[in-house]
Ligand binder design. Structure first.
Ligand SMILES: [Mn+2]
Length: 468
């Protein structure tokens, strides 16, 4: 007998003796194991520090309970793409659904923090269909949990924490996940006082760590590259979705799983819809097209806008409006530095744009009247800047009413704009539908600012060159 026959006989004997089942049961197989979190944008000490910073703001008897997003049904039995809740991800670095984190002090008078996770079990039956999960073992090994349990154990464990009588205040983000919220409130009747965790987390998220700035840089670089490619696509007769497809292609090629928000490719009259998303129109020579796009990388959001002439050359009227926005943006960015109040930059830009619109005969009226009556909001409907980070509109809390102070290592998108609506009798009809927005992503440094999206030009001649 050759070796193959020996093996067959051996297997036969083993199976008859009952050993076969243990050796190669048809119900057991190996699936690929889940890889460790990708280290270029995952740094355990940074995430641990966030939890310590959060707990340092809370009373000793506080229990923090933070949940991630739900999965949401799209249609049939297909779910929407899962993305973790930003506050949950910020405090855990964990990005699987069905997970809850508990943070508490392990002794009442100590700063020693205990981090407990409830996550999907490795043998939960989903691995075959949805891929491997970290499981409680991975939560401890990769995410620094002191202890970890399966998601199913959450109800009984949390009841025991709360019934221990040690915790007088509960800080949660339960409102971010209604289904966990319901089961939670059903499980515990005599809860201590419940507080919203969001505001405290927002204060922390405003200032970016080095690892966050690196993720933002990468998101911004990929987005800028996508704009450079998409610019060449813009021509008379091209559909808005063709430009969007070019942006998405570059994003995908660079390992970004999704955009940070729905892409806007708004041509002709669509330019005046602030969050236009249909992207179905055929663009025509002589019009403007406004593109607002941002890649998400490592869960961090870029946010860039450029306005292009469809035929590759700005008309004199288009150039007039565009250059006012450009000059406003440069002045605002040059004014950015630690200690500066955002509202001072905002009102400076409003004042400048209104003055220029009147001086160039683009709108009719009187400056002081336009400013005092609020008519300027017709032309400048949105703010000047917002923070970016895990959310495209990241938290930027006021320090006092009327005060939002720029600080080192904040990252903001500066996006001044002018909207001139068709039919607006205060606007010179030559300028109807000539609107422009220019948006760049800025890091506040110790001495001022750095334009992260500097790779993508803003001045007219360079933009026209980019389209060739
Ligand atoms: Mn924006």
């Amino acid at each position: 007998m050759n070796n193959g026959r020996y093996l067959l006989v051996l297997i036969l004997l083993l199976s008859l003796s009952g050993c076969y089942k243990e050796v190669i049961s048809p119900l057991e197989y190996n699936l690929p194991e889940k890889l460790a979190p990708y280290e270029t944008f995952f740094d355990l000490p940074t995430i641990q520090l966030r939890r310590e910073n959060l707990m340092s703001k809370l009373p000793f008897n506080a229990l923090v309970l933070i949940v991630t997003n739900d999965t949401y049904l799209r249609n049939g039995n297909v779910n929407y793409d899962f993305r973790p809740a930003s506050n949950f991800y910020y405090l855990t670095g964990f990005d699987e659904p069905n997970s809850v984190a508990v943070i508490r002090r392990n002794q009442m008078e100590s700063n020693n923090i205990e981090f407990i996770m409830f996550v999907e079990a490795r043998d939960g039956g989903m691995a075959q269909w949805m891929g491997p999960v970290y499981g409680p073992e991975g939560a401890i090994e990769y995410f620094g949990a002191d202890s970890a349990y399966t998601f199913e154990e959450f109800g009984s464990q949390i009841r025991s924490y709360l019934n221990s009588g040690k915790y007088q205040s509960l800080y949660t983000n339960l409102e971010e996940n209604p289904s966990v919220c319901d089961s939670f409130y059903n499980a515990i009747i005599d809860t201590p006082t419940i507080y919203d965790l969001s505001e405290l987390t927002y204060d922390l998220r405003m200032i970016k760590s080095e690892i966050e700035i690196n993720a933002l840089r990468q998101a911004v670089n990929v987005s800028a590259q996508a704009f450079s490619e998409a610019a060449k696509k813009i021509k008379h007769g091209v559909y808005e979705y063709e430009v969007e497809a070019t942006l998405d292609y570059i994003l995908g090629l660079n390992g970004c799983p999704r955009t940070a928000f729905p892409t806007i490719v708004a041509s002709g009259p669509n330019i005046n819809i602030l969050h236009y998303q249909a992207n179905q129109r055929q663009m025509l020579g002589g019009e403007l097209v406004m593109i607002d796009f941002g890649a998400e990388y490592g869960y961090y959001a870029a946010d860039i806008t450029r306005t292009f002439p469809v035929n590759g050359k700005f008309s004199p009227q288009q150039a007039n409006v565009y250059n006012i926005v450009l000059e406003a943006q440069r002045a605002a960015i040059q004014g950015a530095a630690p200690g500066v109040n955002y509202y001072d930059l905002y009102f400076m830009v409003i004042d400048f744009i209104v003055e220029q619109l009147l001086a160039k005969g683009i709108v009719y009226g009187e400056k002081s009247q336009i400013l005092s009556s609020g008519v300027y909001r017709q032309y400048i409907p949105a703010g000047l800047a917002h923070c970016i980070g895990l959310d495209v509109h990241d938290p930027f809390p006021q320090s006092m009413p009327g005060e939002k102070i720029l600080q080192e290592n904040m990252v903001l998108a500066f996006e001044p704009h002018i909207y001139l609506y068709e039919g607006d009798q205060t606007v010179n009809p030559e300028y109807w539908n000539i609107s422009a927005r220019i948006e760049d992503d800025i890091l506040i440094t110790s001495s001022g600012y750095e334009i992260l999206s500097n790779n993508l030009p803003t001045d007219i001649s360079a933009l026209e060159q980019l389209m060739k």
